[in-house]
Design a protein around this ligand. Structure first.
Ligand code: NAI
Ligand code: 3PY
Length: 380
């Protein structure tokens, strides 16, 4: 028998019971649920990652929907508990839903929501920050200053890479990958090579237009290319950023062999999911190639790092904060809550998960729709 889990309750007499496995930023998401007759229970347990037993205890005997987190494994055990409690929806507070067994949810008649769009620019900005920090060795230089080691300007002190005119490689040019590509091309006048299963038409048009603008102004135009294989990107790019979904096709996409095809002085950035990189192989590569640098927001076995990674000076490591801007995190909470609310209310699915702004306006009522349900088609 699992121990009771501590909770905070909003609108105790609400008709529908919605559980959030974590306190989430902002209050709009709670207000929207309360206005629509929901009793909201927020888990306040001081434990970062809840166990399956904790979540089953939270679901209890009657629960209409749960808002959960990417750290939780939502599989058959949780979906059957939710369905037994009368639940209709699970809202993952993330765009990535590799922690969710969507088939199990569908089997139990539970809708699975995610939060696309609201985190695109924020996540791309962190990937851009890691790219710059790695290129210009900012973390190493900061540590050097704090250690009191700076005793004057030197021609060879922390020499890094100039991005202008170099090639940025993007693997997975969806929403975030395309936003990152635009930032690096427009901001730093880099050329682009990308690999995706689909053509990134809007991105290609944007860069073509930007190249024309540069040419008209007497500047060197930027170039772009859609690669026929990921290997082509790895061989040609100076900075490579990973933005695919995590699934069977992208697990360990970057491994010993693919690392060996990259330039010795390349920069690799990962703001997608940790298992896209074989982290043991990466640690070995970093040890033997001191000029190769990485910027990592995600890790293979979060919250842990593979042995040796934290010792590498050529690695910049941050704790899965790519979507951590206030506006984005409040927006993610709102979208996650509205997915659950929309399903409870029987609302239709919003037509365009790439454009979710109408749900995020602070001073307006959101559309009567679920912003994004990933198993919508399978459920009907
Ligand atoms: N570090 C963080 O805090 C965050 C991480 N993410 C991760 O980023 C991922 C991407 O998010 P979005 O851009 O919104 O999704 P998206 O669906 O717009 O883009 C993903 C792209 O990956 C491509 N792709 C799929 N399989 C591929 C393969 N085998 N090779 C190359 N490309 C492939 C797809 O065609 C698609 O264009 C999420 O699934 C999530 O895991 C997202 C937000 C924040
Ligand atoms: O949304 C996601 O997929 C994240 O990783 C956190 O923002």
């Amino acid at each position: 028998m699992a121990k009771p889990v501590s909770i905070e309750v909003w609108n105790p007499n609400g008709k529908y019971r919605v559980v959030s496995t974590k306190p989430m930023p902002g209050t709009r998401w709670i207000n929207l649920l309360v206005e629509q007759d929901c009793r909201v229970e927020v888990c306040t347990q001081k434990k970062t990652i809840l166990s399956i037993e904790d979540i089953i205890a939270l679901i209890g005997d009657k629960c209409d929907g749960v808002i959960g987190q990417l750290t939780e494994e939502w599989g058959d055990a949780l979906f059957s508990a939710l369905s037994r409690a009368g639940g209709k929806a699970f809202g993952n507070m993330a765009v990535g839903y590799n922690n969710v067994d969507v088939d199990a949810a569908t089997k139990h008649g539970v809708a699975v929501g995610n939060t696309p769009g609201v985190l695109t620019e924020t996540t791309a900005e962190l990937a851009a920050s890691l790219s710059l920090a790695a290129a210009r060795r900012i973390v190493e230089a900061d540590e050097f200053m704090r250690a009191g080691l700076y005793d004057g300007w030197l021609p060879n002190l922390f020499v890094g890479n100039l991005l202008k005119g170099q090639t940025v490689g993007v693997i997975g040019a969806g929403r975030i990958g395309s936003a990152y590509a635009r930032m690096m091309v427009e901001g730093f006048k880099m050329n682009l090579i990308y690999y995706d299963l689909y053509q990134a038409t809007r991105l290609e048009k944007f860069i073509t237009g930007y190249a024309e603008f540069l040419r008209a102004n007497g500047e060197q135009p930027v170039k772009w290319k859609r690669a026929a294989s990921m290997e082509e990107v790895l061989r040609e790019a100076d900075v490579i950023s990973l933005h695919p979904v995590l699934d069977k096709t992208t697990y360990h996409l970057i491994n010993k062999e693919s690392l060996a095809t990259m330039k010795k002085e390349a920069i690799l950035v990962n703001c997608s999911r940790g298992p896209v990189i074989d982290e043991v192989a990466l640690v070995e590569h970093l040890k033997h190639n001191p000029m190769f640098r990485v910027g990592l927001d995600v890790f293979e076995d979060e919250p842990y790092m593979k042995p040796g990674l934290a010792d590498q000076k050529n690695a910049i490591i941050v704790p899965h904060i790519a979507s951590a801007s206030k506006w984005t995190r409040e927006g993610m909470a709102t979208l996650a809550a509205l997915n659950v609310l929309g399903k409870i209310k029987g609302y239709p699915i919003w037509s365009d998960p790439n454009r979710v702004e109408p749900f995020l306006k602070e001073d307006a009522s959101p559309p009567a729709a679920c912003p994004s349900i990933v198993n919508a088609k399978a459920l009907v």
